[in-house]
Design a protein around this ligand. Structure first.
Ligand code: C2E
Ligand code: CA
Ligand code: CA
Length: 278
């Protein structure tokens, strides 16, 4: 038993050391490389398409950041986002919105069609009262009709009772932007938000998608979809990985999905190829 314990503990210490090393590495990477990352366009959007499961057609996509680092290669967001300072994350989100708008403009000019793209916004933006005007400025720079621009926001505790966020969502809504609540049903999200905020879309957290979908889970998805529909909101399910999940969703009112079953996030050129195949 003692020997086992020893081994286990050293395992824990090793894990801890690896993690600490990772964090230290990430921090020094960010401090030295952040500025050039922006100026050299090392942050690139990957696009994960959203599908209508009845028609198998692409109804839009989400832009997800990747750091194309000259030395370390493609770094996923979770390896650097948590270490960014508030101003870093704010700049990055607007940068990603701008990259999305650039893509929408190019796509429109090439095909004549608009595509709806969403990008992610940290709640750190919401203490600044010029958020909406900055979003408008970027949209207008590329002359994108606002209704094709979707903003994904994850609910946090701090949002629950703030008039600031309420006012901000109203401003965005009045300016015709789409607002979606990301990771809905996980963490802090509550039904209260549906009542007090102007929201267009609920993105059901991917924890609802399990390998063996249980009746309880399916009923929950049904219930939430019902609530969304009754309140004029749309629903999308994230993290759809299997055919079984798609079939189950067909029996609910949630017919828009995103997940590996349909497509992983794609580089811009791969996404364009996929759109051309449509
Ligand atoms: P998210 O917004 O919830 O994005 C969905 C994440 O789930 C993405 O991870 C996506 O690659 C992954 N995913 C998609 N389909 C599946 C699936 O079928 N199964 C599984 N297991 N995973 C799936 P990614 O790209 O690593 O992004 C992680 C998180 O980083 C995002 O979660 C979002 O919170 C954040 N993020 C990404 N880009 C930005 C950004 O520009 N700004 C901000 N503030 N956050 C961002
Ligand atoms: Ca998202
Ligand atoms: Ca999500």
């Amino acid at each position: 038993v003692l020997a086992d314990l020893g081994e286990e503990q050293s395992g824990i210490i090793q894990l801890y050391d690896e993690r600490r090393e990772k964090i230290v590495n990430a921090l020094s990477l960010i401090e030295t490389d952040m500025e050039s990352a922006f100026t050299d366009h090392q942050f690139v959007p990957y696009f994960q398409p959203k599908y209508n499961i009845n028609t198998n057609s692409i109804i839009g996509a989400e832009a997800l950041v990747r750091w194309k680092h000259p030395v370390h290669g493609l770094i996923p967001p979770m390896d650097f986002l948590p270490y960014l300072e508030n101003s870093g994350i704010i700049n990055l989100d607007f940068y990603m919105l701008e990259e999305s708008c650039k893509f929408m403009r190019k796509h429109k000019d090439a095909t004549g069609d608009w595509i709806t793209l969403s990008s992610n916004f940290s709640t750190k933006h919401f203490v600044h009262d010029n958020f909406c005007s900055r979003v408008i400025a970027i949209a207008d720079r590329y002359q994108i009709p606002h209704e094709y621009i979707e903003l994904e926001v994850t609910e946090t505790m701090s949002m629950a009772d703030t008039d600031i966020v309420k006012t901000l969502f109203r401003q965005l809504y009045e300016n015709k932007f789409l607002i979606s609540i990301d990771d809905f049903g996980s963490g802090y999200s509550s039904l209260g938000i549906l009542e007090s905020f102007d929201i267009d879309i609920l993105k059901l957290d991917r924890s609802f998608m399990q390998t063996n979908m249980q009746t309880k889970n399916i009923n929950m998805i049904r219930g939430i979809t019902e609530i969304a529909a009754n309140n004029g909101m749309k629903m999308i399910c994230e993290g759809v990985e299997t055919k079984e999940q798609v079939e189950i969703l067909k029996s609910t009112k949630c017919h828009v999905v995103q997940g590996y079953y349909y497509s992983k996030p794609l580089s811009e050129s791969d996404f364009i190829l996929l759109l051309m195949k449509k």
